[in-house]
Write a protein that binds this ligand. Sequence first.
Ligand code: SF4
Length: 362
Amino acid sequence: MTNQRMDKTSLKFLREWFKKNAAELPWRLADLDAPRDPYAVWISETMLQQTQVSTVREYFIRWMKRFPNVEALAAAEESEVLRYWQGLGYYSRAKNILKTARIVAEHKEFPFTRKELEALPGIGAYTAGAILSLAYHQREAILDGNLVRIFSRLYALDFLPTDKKSKSATSAPIDVYWNYAREVADSPKAYMHNEALMELGRTVCKIKNPECANCPFHADCKAFAENRVSEFPPSKKHVQKDWHGTVLIIESRDHKILAIHGGQKFFKNQFTLPHFESPRNATAGIPAQAETFVGPDQIESVKVIGKFHHGITVHKIECDVLHIQTNSKAPASRNAEIQWVDIKHAQDFFANSFCLKALALL
Ligand code: SF4
């Protein structure tokens, strides 16, 4: 690599490496030069954010069988879409996918400019670049964790794109990384360069134990040449927050569970079980929070049925679970924020692992 630039020879090595090593994936065509379906690129790339390829594989196959195109997805109910997403986490992604599908179906055409794509719910710079390069073969850049790791090591960048500023770069860190990504994409083969780098990051230039001997860049990689691979990229300062709370499973006499929409710590935009911050080791008293939903004279029994651990974004959660049995039938829902769900359908209704872990203790 001359002057720390990705030159044509390096990119040729990268393409050759990719043609020999590209894994068979359900969203990848056998012909690596063939343009892809923008819908399939969008779904797979959104699923792959924060999730391993091995996990996404089955989810993607199941999803494409049920929602083979944007029209089928646009016509689906949100509860069904969330069920097909269940287990992938970050449920706002599934909700945004549905919103975007409805917008695209109405316009009867998948957008093909970065501006139009990035205006859609849930589509950011990375996903837009992936759709434009992989589906439309445009010279558009992408930047994900894999590319960040490769660029950091190739050029020995001692900062992350998320850093506010860097001592060793004159431009903003994010611009330094995007400039490298744009160089790679400034080619009629941008689609292959982008995908090959993602694959290289996943299989060779891995977070731990990179396989430098099998890397098409090993002759040019600064971190490798200086025997400093483990120093790049620099580690992120992680702030993890402990959160302890109580989840309420309020069950009516006719076996319906109270679901609430909004006003809760987690899952602000979907139905969830009522929950609130509390000290460890709940006792079987009636918490004041329960009285928001049922009067004390309606409560037949309160039992602590266990606890569970869960992780949501930066929160390391531990929750006690209280089962509150009422002595009356579920009332007709008074407003859109409260729903009583038949216990037989609760597993399907509460499409997030937080609630499912609580319900599993019943
Ligand atoms: Fe990554 Fe090693 Fe290749 Fe450098 S030589 S890009 S550290 S795999």
